[in-house]
Write a protein that binds this ligand. Sequence first.
Ligand code: BV8
Ligand code: ZN
Length: 280
Amino acid sequence: MSPDAGPTAVPGDPGDPGDPAPPEPILTLARSARRVTVLTGAGMSAESGVATFRDPLTGLWARFDPTDLATPQAWRADPGLVNAWYLWRVALVRRAQPHAGHQALAVWAARPGVDLRLVTQNVDDLHERAGSVVLAHLHGSLFAWRCDHCERPVPPPDPPTDAGERQRIDPTPCEHCRDGRRRPGVVWFGEPLPRTAFDDAVRACLEAELVLVVGTSGLVHPAASLPRLAAESGVPVVEIDPHPTALAATADHIWRAPAGTALPALVEALGPIESADLPR
Ligand code: BV8
Ligand code: ZN
């Protein structure tokens, strides 16, 4: 499937670019699927005001590349700088709200008979705050801090009120070992993904009747390999993203639309809950 085949590029059904209605083949798959795995990336949080990794950083951080800051090397070289960046992001996510797309996924998961498994690359808690249960945070969480020496969990620090204006905020010492510093519980580039999270994500993709990929450029591995793993196992893959991505060639159907519009429209169109699906 060529990624630039129009705004709602769906084989056999180009769809109307301005029409928020789900393309028919995508709706048919969503209606019939009982086991649905949803993989979300930074684009899922974009309409909540949380910038994606592709977006240029703003303000204080405009001259930095996130892929340079999100590394153990950066932490070793300048812990105050990296700590300030994460505390700024914690403050930003705390001010953000889940949007209708986050809520739609929680509604879909609550439909009787549906086993929806949510896997995210995002380190924010917007899915949880919309009522979703997240099966796997592949890249960790902004809210699960730990010691960079003894690795024990520590409470997430409260960002100072001027977190947005300070380029350096020294990390606080670990309360357990005193030798380490409190670091964000995210997976930095060059660090391995949490084994259980990745294994659960692989199983969720292989056992699905539909894999829905929302808001990821498909550039960061090994998370980016999950949709192809599903496709190679014969699981239909649908992509929702307003722009072409590296995953377009893997997707059976593409809906060039933002998550905050597409997901509510899709869940709305699933139709009334069948009495046969209601718990006895
Ligand atoms: C590892 C936490 C091994 C930190 C993140 C194989 C091939 C090539 C490279 C590699 C490879 N294997 C490993 C690598 C290296 C590296 C990598 O992939 N590099 C890339 C840059 C080439 N991978 C790693 O280092 C991984 N570790 O493999 O370790 C290992 C094994 C054993 C022992 C030691 C080591 C770790 C990767 C995890 C890095 N951490 N996050 C933090 O957040 O600070 S990744 C981070 O960037 C995010 O979590 C996210 O995953 C990623 C950004 O990707 P996306 O989510 O896709 O976001 P992006 O901005 O790219 O795209 C946004 C999309 O949204 C766009 O498509 C846009 O169109 C769309 N969008 C915009 N608006 C909307 C929208 N969609 C819908 N609605 C909208 N409104
Ligand atoms: Zn410690």
